[in-house]
Design a binder for this molecule. Structure first.
Ligand code: SAM
Length: 229
């Protein structure tokens, strides 16, 4: 198999070794508990690692990053391996996934990553986290207006959020414009890429241009039942 990670010249041998170990442990744990639907090494490397790493050139070298709904560590731990000068807070509401991420952090000695077992909306108002990150990221967590309500409260003015989507999400993007404006954001660029040469994927970059009103994020049931769009 041609390793798709080799396309990224910023990955050194030590980082590739860490991705090898991550792959090995994920396959082993995924056979016991359901962590991700992608079970094979090739799929994990392409659809989790490579997909996460397409964001690297959108992220400043020393950024403070929060990943909301990070699952088995995507993009959080993939970015932590590839960008050792950043610091990443990985927020995940499912305990078994947090435990798995902690195992990876320990096994790979990722001193720049921290994982916590929380729901984003429960910590977004704490002084420690509110508007205190350079970048908030979210992949496969919710539609764009819901994701913006979960992510933008964590980002300081001048920072940004990154959302991984399919290029087919055009309607979702235009539906989310009002919500993004209310929450203090503005869509700046959409980075297009492809993993297989077929499906077109995008990373949407939303700049934080104003403070998020204090009442956001709401409780999750209100976020879902009364979308801002
Ligand atoms: N981002 C990962 C990825 O791309 O592989 C995981 C995607 S998974 C489909 C969505 C994850 O978000 C789940 O693990 C779920 O527990 C978590 N999640 C959903 N809503 C959340 C919230 N409000 N706060 C924290 N985690 C949340």
């Amino acid at each position: 198999m041609n390793d798709p990670l080799k396309q990224f010249s910023f990955l050194d041998d030590d980082m590739i070794e860490k991705f090898d170990k991550f792959t090995e442990i994920l396959i082993e744990e995924n056979a016991k508990i359901n962590l991700t639907g992608i079970k094979d090494a090739e799929g994990i490397r392409l659809k989790h690692f490579v997909d996460s790493l397409w964001a690297v050139d959108l992220i400043e070298k020393n950024a403070e990053i929060i990943d909301v709904g990070s699952g088995a560590g995507f993009p959080s731990l993939a970015l932590a391996i590839a960008m050792p000068n950043t610091h990443i807070l990985s927020v995940e509401s499912t305990g078994k996934k947090v435990k798995f991420q902690q195992r990876i952090i320990d096994a790979l000695s990722l001193s720049n990553a921290t994982v916590i077992n929380k729901r984003a909306e429960d910590i977004a108002n704490s002084a420690q986290y509110r508007e205190s990150f350079d970048i908030a990221v979210g992949r496969a967590v919710a539609n764009l207006s819901v994701l913006a309500e979960l992510l933008l409260p964590f980002v300081h003015v001048g920072g940004k959020m990154l959302a991984w989507k399919s290029i087919k999400a055009e309607d979702e993007i235009s539906d989310a414009k009002k919500a993004i404006k209310i929450l203090g954001g503005k869509i700046r660029i959409v980075k297009e890429y492809t993993l297989t040469g077929e499906e077109e994927l995008i990373i949407i970059v939303i700049e934080k241009i104003k403070n998020t009103p204090a009442k956001y994020p709401r409780e999750f049931k209100s976020i879902k039942s009364q979308p801002l769009c």
